[in-house]
Structures are given as structure tokens and as C-alpha cells.
Write a protein that binds this ligand. Structure first.
Ligand code: ADP
Ligand code: ZN
Length: 302
């Protein structure tokens, strides 16, 4: 896209913010990463960054924000643009978008961090050419976004795929889960936080042949199977820190096939599952580029 508009993108995570000015993967002008602290401090840093960037690169055509949540991204809702009921201290009911409106007279696109990443993968990555797919991140928590028939997944609020409930066998896994809301939901059992809690230390240091990874693949497979059955995605993209363990992918694919047991008749599952459950093609840039894609989508609709 040679004439793609220049966007200010925010990947707003509960741990860190990544602010970028870009028009696409081949035109990233600058980036700023910093830890998420209070809303006042964190949002002011982003605003200052984009103001400086405009002085260098000229006006931004739009802003695109993919945020940790829960958020309100329901069009027409009076609290659209807010972070809503997050347990993250200080952030509940923050009117995120309004802070930017005060300083930037441009369209502002706003969605979950995972829907943003899903859109980034749709435009430039592993979901190119697909219209129904899921993007899951397995990191500090577990989150999921995606598209159905070309529309980003929205509904009553937004999907909370990380909190679906796998079966846990307490004899095999006595760990009761770390989700503050549900205990042993998928995030409670299979996030990086859960791995660290169950096994002690940092999941990144567990050896590749540790039993942790079979259990991890089993829980993630249960999640993926539910998604296959409910949404019928053409592909499932799996990112986040935990998926940097390459041995998890083959275990996960094998377990998904075992659990489906041949019931869902598609060559994607029966013969080509290596291409069905895949890492993000944009890698760690999915979220950041997702913000760019969100904003460009909003501009294209105006
Ligand atoms: P975030 O979810 O905060 O955006 P990450 O996706 O990097 O960030 O996830 C961080 C979590 O993933 C931590 O719980 C960490 O223990 C785990 N993690 C990070 N890297 C690895 C790795 N190489 N192998 C296994 N777990 C990892
Ligand atoms: Zn939960």
C-alpha cells in the first residue's frame, strides 16, 4: 500500500504499552515501549509521543488502539472507549479514548488488543485471504479475538475466549488455577501465570521434555476444540510468550485431532492441521500492526 495513511498505533497491554507510528509493516517510522503504570502517566506518555512524531513526520491520519480489557467497544454505547471492569489497579472505568480526543482531531479506532492483532494478521499475516479465524494469545493471561465472515468478533460486549472452561482432572493436575474470577478456567490453567504458579519459577526455563508441556497442550487443545466447534474457524493463530515453546505446537495439534476424533470433516483438520494451528506471521508485531490496521479500516469506512 504505497499511499497508505500514516497511523498512530497503541498496543495497550496490562504490563506494557507499545506506541508506534506506521502505515504498514514496511513503513514503521518510530516506536516507544514503556511499562503500564497509572492511566494519567501512561496515557500522557502516549499523547506526548504522538505529538512529537507529528512534528517530525507530519499529521497522523488516525489513531488505532488495541487495549487490554475488559473494554467497551460496542458502537453507540455511552461508555464506548472506556476500559471497564478491569481488576488492574486504577484503570477501571478509564475513558481511554477521550484522553486522545482532547489532543487529536482525527478518527480513533478502538478494539480489544486481540481483535487488533487478529486484524493485523488478516491484513498482513497468517490470516490473509481468510474471513473466519481466531487469534489467541497465551501470555500473562489468555485472550482471543478474530473474525467471522469478515467482521471482527463483537457481540454483547466482546469475546472472552481465555475464560472458557476446560476439564481438569484433579489427580493429574491438583493446581486449582489462578484466574481471580474463575479459578480453573483456560487462563487460570494454561496462561504463563498458571505455568509459573503450578511449576514454580518461570515457564520459559522449563525443559522442553517437561511434563508441563503435555498438560499445557491438553488444556490449549480443549480450548481450540471448543472454538472449532462454535465458530468453525478456517485457521487458529496462536501467539504470546508461552507459544514461543516450539514443542507445544505439535503436541497441541495432535491433541486437537484426538479430541475431535474425526467428527469435523475438513481436510484442514484431518490432513493439514500443521497449517490450521499456526504461530502469528507478524510475530510480536501483530498487536502493534493491528492498531494500524484498525485505524485504516476505520478511515476506509468514512
Ligand atoms: P504479555 O502477555 O504480558 O503481553 P507475553 O506474551 O510475553 O506478555 O507473556 C508473558 C508470559 O509468558 C509470562 O507468564 C512468561 O512466564 C511466559 N513466557 C514468556 N516467554 C516464554 C517462553 N519462551 N516460554 C514459556 N513461557 C514464556
Ligand atoms: Zn477466568
Amino acid at each position: 500500500m504505497p499511499d497508505a495513511p500514516l497511523i498512530g498505533s497503541i498496543e495497550a497491554g496490562g504490563t506494557k504499552f507499545v506506541c508506534t507510528v506506521a502505515s504498514g509493516p514496511d513503513d514503521v517510522r518510530d516506536e516507544l515501549r514503556y511499562p503500564t503504570t497509572t492511566p494519567d502517566e501512561t496515557l500522557a506518555r502516549a499523547i506526548a509521543f504522538f505529538q512529537e512524531q507529528q512534528a517530525t513526520h507530519g499529521p497522523l491520519a488516525a489513531l488505532g488502539i488495541g487495549s487490554f480489557g475488559p473494554i467497551d467497544c460496542t458502537e453507540g454505547s455511552p461508555t464506548w472507549g472506556h476500559v471497564t471492569s478491569t481488576p488492574k489497579p486504577g484503570w477501571a472505568n478509564t475513558d481511554f479514548v477521550a484522553r486522545f480526543r482532547e489532543h487529536f482531531d482525527v478518527p480513533i479506532a478502538w478494539d480489544t488488543d486481540v481483535n487488533a492483532a487478529a486484524l493485523g494478521e488478516h491484513v498482513w499475516g497468517a490470516a490473509r485471504g481468510l474471513d473466519t479465524f481466531v487469534y489467541l494469545t497465551v501470555g500473562t493471561g489468555i485472550g482471543g479475538g478474530g473474525m467471522s465472515r469478515g467482521h471482527l468478533l463483537h457481540g454483547l460486549v466482546h469475546p472472552e475466549i481465555g475464560h472458557i472452561r476446560p476439564r481438569r482432572d484433579p489427580d493429574r493436575d491438583p493446581y486449582e488455577g489462578c484466574c481471580p474470577f474463575h479459578g480453573d478456567c483456560l487462563e487460570g490453567l494454561a496462561s504463563g501465570t498458571a505455568l509459573n504458579g503450578r511449576w514454580g519459577g518461570n515457564a520459559a526455563d522449563l525443559p522442553a521434555d517437561h511434563e508441563a508441556w503435555d498438560l499445557e497442550a491438553d488444556y490449549l487443545a480443549q480450548g481450540v476444540v471448543s472454538l472449532v466447534l462454535i465458530l468453525s474457524p478456517q485457521r487458529v493463530i496462536m501467539g504470546g510468550g508461552v507459544m514461543k515453546q516450539p514443542q507445544v505446537f505439535p503436541k497441541l495439534r495432535a491433541r486437537v485431532r484426538e479430541l475431535l476424533n474425526g467428527y469435523v470433516q475438513s481436510p484442514a483438520l484431518l490432513e493439514h492441521i500443521d497449517g490450521f494451528i499456526v504461530p502469528p506471521e507478524l510475530g510480536d508485531q501483530a498487536g502493534m500492526l493491528g492498531g494500524v490496521a484498525l485505524a485504516q479500516q476505520t478511515l476506509a469506512r468514512e
